[in-house]
Design a binder for this molecule. Sequence first.
Ligand code: ADP
Ligand code: TYD
Length: 209
Amino acid sequence: MFITFEGIDFCGKSTQVELLKNFLLQKGKKVIVIREPGGTKISERIREILLDKKNEEMQFETEFLLFSASRSQLVREVIAPNLEKGFVVISDRFHDSSTAYQGYGRGLDIQKIKVINSFAIGRFVPNLTFLIDIPVEESIKRKLLKSNDELDRIEISSKKFFNNVRNGYLEIAKEESRFTIIDGTQSIEKIHNQIIDKIILMKGLIDEK
Ligand code: ADP
Ligand code: TYD
């Protein structure tokens, strides 16, 4: 079982990934959590280049290819072998982030993104994807709680960019049945319960008495 979490910055993904991990561990599952970009030695080095605010000259095409390179390493080095060993793999972001951020956000050709995404991930398409949807205004409110030094090269993008990313995610979710859209403005606990409800519906993953 391969589960991914998606959404604009500060939507609450990491919070929910942690809660889901603990829930599955309690149910006796073997779980690994990864986050993108990163998760392998090579992918973490690519992450540094991608998120470094000093890299102002980075072209959108370069940005997309670096995310894809980081991901292709993660798939083959970590995701594939762990799925084979029977782990539930939970990823904080995956290829849909590239379609949303580099495609709908930066304006790169969506069809080309899909072809390269598919090349990078091979047959490792997630079984289940949770899109935690929040308005951009909510993301900005949460971002204001962070200091400027904590923000990376992409988090400092404009409101218009994040609006395009959010709308992009909603478009992708319409096309793919693996998506569940969750209202991210609800309480942390309510969101977690909705995620659990969906997981329980996935027959065979956990035994509910
Ligand atoms: P992401 O991984 O999507 O960037 P985080 O889980 O790190 O998001 O959450 C971003 C910020 O929003 C954190 O300060 C977190 O405490 C807060 N947060 C997370 N979920 C909620 C929620 N449902 N309601 C209000 N604030 C939240
Ligand atoms: P990160 O600090 O991991 O942010 P978050 O907690 O919001 O996931 O930084 C990842 C940033 O990179 C985030 O702004 C989203 C962006 N991103 C892309 O633009 N394309 C991608 O394919 C991925 C995986 C991330």
